[in-house]
Design a protein around this ligand. Structure first.
Ligand SMILES: Nc1ncnc2c1ncn2[C@@H]1O[C@H](COP(=O)(O)OP(=O)(O)O)[C@@H](O)[C@H]1O
Ligand SMILES: [Mg+2]
Length: 371
């Protein structure tokens, strides 16, 4: 943790600790074991940052680093290496492919602080990326360094840290463009003071953007050239996706004091199968074509469906995840548009789920919540 991070609280346990706090022990162990060169301003070497993200065993043979991201190693290596160059990193992908998650963990591992964050929306103003003013001070004393309110990006520049911009393409194009000077000149002019803030070594920026938003506020060519783009894919195989979902559900469940659900693996497989079939538009055996619903049935959605199901099982069932615990969650994720998606779902139930061996309980549970 750094001095730049302050939070107001009562000292009670926070609901969701930042990555650098949740995994402080792992980061410390990695820093100790890490004898490779660290880029200026970095807390760890690129090797250690990759190991933090992908998981692994430290050279001492006993310290286990848990995998945060499950996916191709090369993707992580390219992302980490980019941060050590003069180019910024753009994580691109469909919703739920862990863009935000990877960005947070990268910032935590490289800079020890993942909180220098700008959330991009259609209403993000230029001040959120550059700087604003404390108007009471501005009126009382005129423009001064004390009256200036730095944005997270400006703070990252002056402290040599990693800044994060979420959902970059949702930000209006002219506001996005304020990043061009920052990324190309590594400087942020403050004309009101006749000064500039120059980025200290260690500064870089991670942006995330949604594939689906393309065309909303596409990146200008000038800005795109400042980024190295890394596309995060959907999990390649059902097994990989089941692995991701069970890992994350385990972690989230522990933080919510839900009982562990080893017996729930079958239901997790089922949720993942349903999501993948609807996403791909074809049944797992390749025999039946399926219409695709409007919602994004991402891994992240599967994680929430299973977590919700576990909570139902814990509070109203016998603690074992069963078809009835996930059926309503699946329905909610699939049927986003009440008219068209409902038809898609009914057809899927009747043509695929109903006929499948061992899926009768699940079929009945879905029928029950679908009427
Ligand atoms: N390949 C993956 N490895 C690990 N976790 C994943 C993966 N894909 C999705 N997740 C999980 O999905 C959840 C949502 O991801 P998020 O970063 O919010 O998605 P995005 O920003 O791409 O929409 C996170 O809890 C993350 O752990
Ligand atoms: Mg995101």
């Amino acid at each position: 943790m750094t001095a730049s991070k302050t939070s107001v609280g009562t000292g009670a346990e926070v609901l969701r600790p930042h990555a650098e706090d949740a995994f402080a022990d792992e980061l410390r162990a990695l820093a100790q074991a890490d004898d490779r060169p660290r880029p200026a301003g970095w807390l760890l070497s690129p090797w250690a940052v990759s190991t933090y993200l992908l998981g692994g065993l430290l050279p001492d043979g006993t310290t286990v680093i848990t995998p945060k991201y499950v996916g191709p190693r090369r993707i992580v290596e390219v992302a980490v290496t980019t941060l050590a160059t003069d180019r910024a990193l753009l994580l691109l992908g469909v919703p739920g492919t862990a863009k935000t998650w990877v960005s947070e963990h990268l910032a935590a591992a490289v800079s020890g602080d993942s909180t220098l964050l700008v959330q991009g929306t259609a209403g993000t103003p230029e001040e959120a990326i550059r700087y604003g003013w404390n108007y009471a001070r501005l009126l009382a004393h005129g423009p001064s360094r004390e009256a200036l309110v730095p944005s997270p990006v400006m703070r990252a520049m002056s402290e040599g840290m990693t800044a994060r911009v979420e959902e970059l393409t949702r930000i209006p194009a002219d506001v996005q463009d304020s990043l061009i000077t920052i990324l190309s000149e590594k400087s942020l002019p403050v004309p009101e003071l006749g000064q500039e803030v120059q980025a200290v070594r260690g500064f870089n920026l991670i942006a995330t953007a949604n594939d689906r938003d393309r065309g909303v506020n596409d990146l200008s060519g000038a800005l795109r050239r400042r980024f190295n783009t890394v596309v995060l894919p959907l999990p390649a195989t059902p097994e990989a996706e089941v692995d991701i979902v069970s890992r994350r559900v385990g972690q989230i469940g522990r933080s919510l004091d839900l009982p562990p659900a080893p017996e729930g693996l079958e239901e997790i497989r089922r949720v993942v199968t349903v999501f993948r079939e609807l996403r791909d538009g074809v049944s797992a055996d390749g025999r039946t074509r399926i219409k695709t619903p409007s919602g994004t049935l991402s891994t992240a959605e599967a994680i929430s469906v299973v977590t919700g199901g576990l909570a139902l099982a814990a509070h109203f069932g016998d603690g074992v995840l069963r078809p009835a615990d996930v059926a309503a969650g699946i329905l909610g994720a699939v049927v986003r548009d009440p008219a068209s998606d409902r038809v898609v779902w009914q057809e899927y139930l009747e043509t695929v789920v109903r006929e499948r061996d061992g899926w009768q309980d699940f079929y009945r549970a879905c029928r029950e919540v679908s009427v």
